[in-house]
Every structure is written in structure tokens, then in C-alpha cells.
Design a protein around this ligand. Structure first.
Ligand SMILES: C=C(O[C@@H]1C=C(C(=O)O)C=C[C@H]1O)C(=O)O
Length: 461
């Protein structure tokens, strides 16, 4: 096995050759150079500066980004259209070279907060919505791995060689560190909850009143919980613990400055590969039981529950309605499947469709977000109600993030089972869908189970 320093030397040699072949005569757009890595990285170092990661254990996929080659941010009601315009203007001017024939491609991060008026996280420098091409990307998929070096034009080969050599020197030694051993579980202190259980019951009652006598059919209420650890949280260990506990979830980290937004989410807002679209309808939740007969009974009861099936159907209907103007052949499963995670089980209907020509992830995001899985039905009534009813700003919780290919296809994940991590403090968020027949205490327990996902991982971070 080659040592990291040998890998670095090899990459630098490949860099010199690769840079010489890049199309640098244009004065706009981006150039990206792919360099094959001899092995899939065992770790993704937390270097200073902007950084993101997406890891999915069951798919054997990871993507990470360091620094910025280009970025666009926006806020307000037209935030996604503005980023779409930037992405579409870039698309014809993003040249990539893959001299090692890795078959992989460059990528960008695209993500946004729950609403266009959610406050940007000023102290974190995380704007409301962001389209971000990293200076150095790491991409691995089923045993193949590559680095992607990107830069804006105009530039020169000398400048690229210098910048990218320095970037390789900073990053490559950290890619093959042995994985950290486990820590003993730390105690977490619950510092602040908004709303508390009594406030939650009141909020659920108000929502039920609106559902019974107003125009609302479903609304997803959420809560925030602040905890403090006895040691500073180590984000690397946290991501490792989340990947072990939730191997079928997308584990996400977004960091611009000191603090990190971290999620382990089971829910794709959308995935677009060529013209194939897939969207997850996930709504309707039950707990898990260590006893397998009791666990099976929980799952069967969930699949037979009228209240949960109605809650789920709102999401399916809204997704189909959102896909209608931009796709054909929309297919929904005959009945929901069970998605089982270590802390909860959900009703899940993967919905497929065939995109019209020229549809991209920006347009799909605009059509689909937010679904009634995290907002409610009807969309605008639920959003208006939440703006007044919910006692805090959701920030990026229930927003979405993912990676885009240079042709603007890609995948976005709903930011759930998440926390903002800063030093030894973590702000956690979780919610539950309220429909006719919901019970405040049961919904509280559901949010406790959802919070449990991040809480158990934080103990080992
Ligand atoms: C809102 C959350 O989860 C959403 C709500 C669900 C429900 O109400 O059953 C299930 C999955 C998610 O779509 C959350 O995890 O915070």
C-alpha cells in the first residue's frame, strides 16, 4: 500500500501534466481537472476554511468539498431562481478534463434554508441559499476515487499549478489517516427546549383547531433542543458515529466558518439522473422495539394506521402535483413501504417520473420544496401558519442540500435529524406532522425519537 507522501508525489506529477492540457484560452467559466486517487480515502480532514461532506455508507459513496472556486448566494422569495440563473449561465462554460479516465465528474454543492426569509446564519457565514463549486472536491463511489481541482477563468497554468499544489499538500496527508477509535459515551446536558412539552401541547391544539375549523389539512410542527457536552464535540467522530448508526441515511456536514451544520437524513427531496427523477414521500412514523415481535407489530400498526396513511397521502399528492408541470410517466407505489432506521420507522413511497427536456435540479427544487412532509397542506397556508405559530427560525432545518453535476442534474436531501454544532454546544431540531386525529403526547414522543438519532451520535463525538 502506498504511503500518503508517495500518493502526494504521484498526484503532483499528474497535476503538472494535467494542467498543461486544460483549455485556458477562454476568459469565462470554470476549469476542473480530475486526478485519480489510488485508494478511497479513509478520512476527510477538517481543514480550515469552507468545507462540506456527503457520505452514504450503503451506497458506498462520498463527496467532499474544500475552499471555493466559485459560489453564488441568494435569499428572499426568488432565491432559487437566482441561483438557477447562475447555474444555467455556468453550464456551457464549465470545462472538465479527466486524463486518468476515472469516469467521475466535477460537482457543486447546492443547498438552502427552510424558507427564503430564514435568517442567514451570520456567525457561521452560511447564507440563506448557496450554489458552491469547491476548489478541491473529493469523490468516491464503489471503490473508485478522484480529486477534482477547479478554478475560475481567466487564469494561467503557472497560477493553477501553484494553487493546486499547495491545496494537495494541505489535503492529501489527511486522506489516509487511520479511523479514530471509539470514545466512551459522554454525558449530554439538556440546556434549553423550545417549546417545552406544555408549550408543544398548546401548539398542537392550536394546529388541530385550525385543521378542524380552518383551511389547514396538515402542518408539520417542530421543536428545538439545545444540549451541551462535557467535552467539545469532534465533528469527525460525530460524522463517523452517524454513518455507523444510520448507514442508509445521507450524512451531511456544511461548514463555512467555526460551526457546522450536520444531518443524517433518510429523505431525498429529489434525485435526477439524466431524465429519470426519484422523489421520496416519507411521512407517518412509529418507534422501534428491541423485541423483534413487538417491533414487527409496531411496523404493521403503522402500515394500517388511518391517521398515518392520511398524513402520508398528503405528501404523495403534493409531490405528484409538483411533478406534473415538468415531467411525464409519474409512478407511485401501490402502497407505502416501511423504511426502518435504528431509532424510528417511516411510511415511505419512492415516486418516479420522467423529466421533460431541459428540466434541472433547480427547477425541481423550486417545484417540490417544501413538501407536506416538513411544511403542510395547503403549502402557503401551512407556511403562513408556521411563520406565526412556531417559536423559532428553522434556519437550514427542513431546507435541503446535495450535489449537482455540471449538467445540473443531481440529488438533494431534506435536512432532517440535524444539529448545528459549535464547540461543546449543539442545537438540535425535530418535527412531526399534525393531521386530524393527532395526539400531542404521541407527537412529542415521535420528536423525542427523532432527536434521539443525533443525541446518540453526539454522545460518541
Ligand atoms: C419533520 C421531520 O420528519 C418528517 C416528518 C415525518 C412524520 O411526521 O412522520 C417523517 C419523516 C419526515 O418527513 C423531522 O425529522 O424533523
Amino acid at each position: 500500500m502506498r504511503a500518503p507522501l508517495q500518493v502526494l508525489d504521484q498526484l503532483k506529477a499528474a497535476l503538472t501534466e494535467g494542467v498543461a492540457a486544460l483549455p485556458l484560452d477562454q476568459d469565462q467559466g470554470l476549469v476542473s481537472l480530475l486526478l485519480a486517487l489510488p485508494r478511497v480515502p479513509t478520512s476527510l480532514p477538517q481543514l480550515a476554511g469552507p468545507h462540506f461532506q456527503f457520505r452514504h455508507v450503503h451506497r458506498d459513496e462520498l463527496r467532499a468539498g474544500y475552499g471555493c472556486a466559485a459560489e453564488w448566494s441568494a435569499e428572499g422569495p426568488d432565491r432559487l431562481q437566482r441561483l438557477a440563473a447562475a447555474g444555467r449561465a455556468l453550464r456551457p462554460h464549465w470545462d472538465r478534463a479527466d486524463p486518468d479516465e476515472t469516469g467521475l465528474d466535477a460537482f457543486a454543492m447546492f443547498g438552502f434554508a427552510a424558507t427564503g426569509d430564514a435568517a442567514p446564519m451570520i456567525e457561521d457565514h452560511l447564507p440563506n441559499a448557496l450554489f458552491w463549486v469547491p476548489e478541491v472536491g473529493v469523490r468516491a463511489c464503489q471503490g473508485e476515487a478522484a480529486l477534482v481541482l477547479s478554478a475560475p477563468r481567466p487564469t494561467t497554468a503557472e497560477r493553477l499549478l501553484q494553487r493546486w499544489s499547495e491545496a494537495l499538500e494541505r489535503l492529501v496527508p489527511g486522506l489516509y489517516r487511520p479511523v479514530d477509535g471509539p470514545l466512551t459515551a459522554a454525558h449530554l446536558r439538556r440546556d434549553f427546549a423550545e417549546p417545552d412539552q406544555a408549550g408543544w401541547a398548546e401548539l398542537v391544539d392550536q394546529a388541530l383547531h385550525e385543521i378542524n375549523y380552518g383551511s389547514l389539512q396538515k402542518v408539520v410542527l417542530s421543536r428545538r433542543l439545545d444540549v451541551a457536552g462535557t467535552r467539545g464535540f469532534d465533528v469527525d467522530r460525530l460524522l463517523g458515529a452517524l454513518s455507523c448508526l444510520f448507514p442508509s441515511c445521507q450524512v451531511v456536514q456544511l461548514r463555512r466558518n467555526g460551526s457546522s451544520f450536520v444531518a443524517a437524513t433518510p429523505e431525498r427531496l429529489l434525485s435526477q439522473q439524466g431524465r429519470e427523477i426519484e422523489v421520496d414521500a416519507i411521512a407517518g412514523t412509529a418507534g422501534r422495539d428491541a423485541d423483534s415481535a413487538a417491533d414487527t407489530a409496531l411496523g404493521l400498526a403503522l402500515r394500517a394506521s388511518d391517521k398515518n396513511l392520511r398524513e402520508h397521502q398528503f405528501v404523495i399528492d403534493a409531490i405528484c402535483e409538483a411533478l406534473e408541470p415538468c415531467s411525464t410517466d409519474i409512478e407511485t407505489p401501490a402502497e407505502p413501504q416501511l423504511m426502518q432506521l435504528s431509532n424510528a420507522q417511516h411510511l415511505w413511497s419512492p415516486i418516479r417520473a420522467y423529466a421533460d427536456e431541459a428540466v434541472d435540479v433547480f427547477q425541481l427544487a423550486e417545484q417540490l420544496h417544501p413538501t407536506p412532509a416538513t411544511n403542510g397542506q395547503p403549502r402557503h397556508t401551512a407556511r403562513g401558519w408556521l411563520q406565526h405559530g412556531e417559536p423559532f427560525d428553522r434556519g437550514w432545518y427542513t431546507g435541503a442540500a446535495g450535489t449537482l453535476e455540471p449538467d445540473l442534474s443531481g440529488e438533494l436531501w431534506v435536512l432532517l435529524r440535524c444539529a448545528r454544532i459549535c464547540g461543546h454546544r449543539a442545537e438540535l431540531y425535530a418535527g412531526a406532522g399534525i393531521v386530524k386525529g393527532s395526539d400531542p403526547a404521541t407527537e412529542w414522543d415521535e420528536t423525542e425519537a427523532k432527536l434521539g438519532a443525533m443525541l446518540s451520535a453526539l454522545q460518541f463525538a
